[in-house]
Write a protein that binds this ligand. Structure first.
Ligand code: UTP
Length: 300
């Protein structure tokens, strides 16, 4: 039975990480601004939040992250130049990002980990459930995940995380969940979480991916969470505390995602995202696919 709970309206996007896997490109440019075809990766993430009904977006930023704020702001000079040229379609593309959502920003100061980044959202979020979308995780818009998570949170209360089955050899790259099945095929109950376990110690091959719907009790837990793996305050550790004590902030459920997802902070995945999205674009796809086919068959 679905209880009547207030609908979630706020999205938090942590984007204060250093992006070391993408150096030197990310020395002076945030990794979230790297283009995926012709839009920065972060715009896809904000569009996803808006598509799930969350139009109040708080971005957690840091030093070198000003371009993120500029991208979601108006650029009157550019708009005026395009207007003078009569270039209406590019003008619309430029205005799209500034009209998307109500954007707010807070700086993390020192990047002390994802858990610490989420804690920076506490004053803005207040005492209501909220969503977290990692700024470098891209979910294909045809495979809606966040709206499903919002529905599940509405049904069960508590927190909901996104899980994806991965090759057991890859689990050491992710947070990993111990789970119990529920009556709903794509939903599991999360009984424990561990950050980046060795394959031999992993409780499952369910990897945590970058979408969360969290009960505000997570803030109190994060305030008490000591630095964990890598000396960082880990969101996974706080979620483990919530899963172990449902009295704190309700149960933790997982939605098992089987759609298309790219970690744009990883160079290989970033390239795959661009090729796939370019192939599927109506304007660029036909020419690009023909070229790619020739390249693969004749030149590789
Ligand atoms: P990552 O683990 O991808 O870290 O963070 P990173 O520093 O950005 O990238 P690499 O590993 O050095 O290449 C996952 C998410 O958490 C955010 C990042 O911006 C990313 O969206 N994050 C991480 C913060 O906002 N603050 C932090 O202190 C750490």
């Amino acid at each position: 039975m679905t209880l009547s709970r207030p609908r979630i309206s706020k999205a938090v996007i942590p984007a204060a990480g250093l992006g070391t896997r993408f150096l030197p490109a990310t020395k002076a440019t945030p990794k979230e601004m790297l283009p995926v075809v012709d839009k920065p990766a972060i715009q896809y993430v904000v569009e996803e939040a808006v598509a799930a009904g969350l139009s109040d977006v708080l971005m957690i930023t840091g030093r070198n992250k000003r371009p993120l704020e500029d991208h979601f702001d108006r650029n009157y000079e550019l708009e005026e130049a395009l207007r003078r040229k009569g270039d209406e379609s590019r003008l619309a593309r430029v205005q799209e990002s500034s009209d998307l959502a109500t954007m707010h920003y807070v700086r993390q100061g020192d990047p002390r980990g994802l858990g610490h980044a989420v804690l920076c959202a506490a004053p803005h979020v207040g005492d209501e459930p909220f969503a977290v979308l990692l700024g470098d995780d891209l979910i294909d818009s045809r495979d809606p995940l966040l709206s499903r998570m919002v529905d599940i949170q509405n049904q069960h209360g508590g927190s909901v995380i996104a899980l994806m089955e991965v090759d057991p050899e890859q689990i050491h790259l992710y947070g990993c969940a111990a789970v119990k099945p529920t009556d709903t095929e794509d939903v599991v109950e999360v009984t424990g979480l561990v950050e980046k376990p060795d394959a031999a110690e992993a409780p499952s091959n369910y990897a945590v991916i970058g979408r969360y719907v969290l009960d505000p009790a997570v803030f109190d837990v994060l305030r008490e969470t000591p630095p964990g793996r890598g000396g960082e305050i880990q969101l996974t550790d706080a979620l483990q505390a919530l899963a172990a004590a449902p009295g704190l902030g309700g149960p933790v459920h997982g939605v098992v995602f089987t759609g298309r997802r790219y970690d744009t902070g990883d160079r290989g995945d970033y390239l795959r995202a661009i090729v796939r999205l370019a192939c599927e674009r109506e304007d660029l796809g036909p020419d690009f696919r023909a070229w790619l086919r020739r390249y693969v068959t004749e030149e590789m």
